[in-house]
Design a protein around this ligand. Sequence first.
Ligand SMILES: [Fe+2]
Length: 141
Amino acid sequence: MNRREAIKLSTIAALGVAVTASAKEAPYMNRMEMTPKDPKKLAPGELKHTPQITLGTKDSKGYTLVEITVGQGGIIHPSTPAHWIDFISLSADGKKVGTSTLEAEISRGTASFSVKLDGVKTLSAKAGCNLHGIWSSSLKV
Ligand SMILES: [Fe+2]
């Protein structure tokens, strides 16, 4: 999907949210997999949606805290009734660790997991914006 198509879909999605909100139905959920135009130089809208994976400390049982925040470079994704991050998931070498389901307005796009990283080479996160689709990132461990 190119930038023009993404903007067009966002506009359509925003209209869909307005229509569904007035009809008191479930909001529009964009489930399209999105990719940045240039992964080495993210545009502001891409920074706002790309999950950032941060490793924390390892506990006495061998679980390492993995925190995921949606938004990078000081650009944090909003959380309003019409536009929010509805889920964050984490995988370790392709094996699912977990998924956090997030509600609009009352929660922001952050999640954390405690993970046994023994032998794990890559962590991958996905985040779903109800308007702008599903965004991914990965971290070499
Ligand atoms: Fe968004």
